[in-house]
Ligand binder design. Sequence first.
Ligand SMILES: Cc1cc2nc3c(=O)[nH]c(=O)nc-3n(C[C@H](O)[C@H](O)[C@H](O)COP(=O)(O)OP(=O)(O)OC[C@H]3O[C@@H](n4cnc5c(N)ncnc54)[C@H](O)[C@@H]3O)c2cc1C
Length: 527
Amino acid sequence: MAEARRLFGTDGVRGTANIEPMTSETALRLGRALAHVSKRQPHRHKILIGKDTRLSGYMLETAMASGICSAGVDVLLVGPLPTPGIAFLTRSLRADAGVVISASHNPFQDNGIKLFSRNGFKLPDEVEAEIEALVLGDSIDALRPTREEIGKAYRIDDAVGRYNVFAKNTFPRHLTLDSLTVAIDCAHGAGYKVAPEVLEELGARVVTLGVDPDGHNINRDAGALHPEHLQAAVRSAGAHIGIATPPVFKFGSEDQKQRYLAPAIRAEKIAALAITEPDAGSDVASIRTHAHRTDGGWIVNGSKMFITNGVRADYYVTAVKTTQEGGHQGISFLIVDKGEGVQASPIEKLGWHASDTALVALDDVFVPDENLLGGENRGFYLIMANFQWERLSMALGSVAAMQDCFDRTLVYAKQREAFGRPIGSFQAIRHKFAEMATRIEAGRALTYHALRLFVDGRDALREVTEAKLLTQRAAFDVADTCLQIHGGAGYMVEYPIERAARDARLGPIGGGTDEIMREILGRTMGL
Ligand SMILES: Cc1cc2nc3c(=O)[nH]c(=O)nc-3n(C[C@H](O)[C@H](O)[C@H](O)COP(=O)(O)OP(=O)(O)OC[C@H]3O[C@@H](n4cnc5c(N)ncnc54)[C@H](O)[C@@H]3O)c2cc1C
């Protein structure tokens, strides 16, 4: 049986700053050991160190640098940068290893040290074991070169600029963020410089929050724990995101974009997507809301169910029957302004309390010709095209939500004790983490794969459907498991896990149910 690790956890070395193992003494030994195992080839070696913005970063960075130099290896200091940036610079500067000093979403008094190999990935387990043996043993003290073989530290002043260029190049060339307003909450963390710069250089007008780190305020009153600040910024800055405007962007005429998309981006108008009906959800083609021709437009009658933003919306991107039969060849989209004949009533729901959901009744509503979106009787195609992005964005959201639940719960399981031990040390709990980590990683890999195909403009129907199916149930299961690990505390509103579990329940239903995803996948296999 492999010997139990004492230093490295699943994500490097973690702990409270200035308490073992998160002390300068251990960091120095860690640096020396890392330098020793990285000296595999006969050239002058270098190791890159980056960090986030927490106070203890200075202490640990200096100690690591000291340990590395004392083992005869040079140090490249890049300062605060997100982990992917540090991985990227480790590769691009041809460093022999990389170090990230960060404790992600945890409070400022915690910290962690993650080690990368030269390719920017986590060190293999056997190398971590070798480093651990050196740090905890006695032999490391003898590994000290002298004279000109002592290492030297260099500060890389343009680290942010170098990563910025790389990050921008991952964005498809044919896309731009011109005329988009983006609000971003950096939570006073490692991305506080690079994230706004990248978005701005891609063309967006950027409204920033959480970009004044002082060593103590990382994640404090900001970031994922306090979405209300971001919501307020989105409202006041007129930033915009949603599922109802993409069809106008993709299928709208220039005139429709000016009348509906531009004001939505300026947050002067709120949009809703109205497809589902009381008697037609999964079976989209069987909608009954119909539009009859009249002079200069249509008269619409029917009702729409479970419409997000339905109460607040100024206009509805609405699916209607434009032939007697309806169905795949007889559905069109009309942009329906809120006004005479439109009645929206709120519906109470389990989660997602940040948005409203409505039953929208349409009673002899006149819609002018110029509000037909994307061609008469071409509506089913529009629905299917729109679903791709909606489902992909749901998968992306779920991957992030799962990781957030997981990270919080891991911290809790290490701190909370029962029967005289941290609950995370019980096998029953430990195995839950192993299962969750595996599902999250699988979900992330599949979602990113689908995203790559989608932004390349390739047919990604199967991959997007698989990503939606895998991640939505997984997100609910992960949130539920995390809630269980929290015990009674997990059921309390005080802990964000309670909300996460409620919100995650929508995933396997909204944007097409899990059963419908399986049906689509079955059809792609010719079944
Ligand atoms: C909070 C929330 C927000 C929403 N926002 C919007 C919105 O903004 N705009 C909008 O248009 N819609 C919206 N919806 C609607 C959502 O897309 C539908 O609820 C969803 O597509 C399912 O339709 P349904 O509720 O009519 O379920 P139904 O179609 O009645 O299905 C009921 C059950 O039967 C199963 N089922 C149906 N057909 C099959 C089959 N062929 N094989 C196996 N099982 C099947 C389903 O999977 C489900 O389990 C929202 C829903 C919610 C809950």
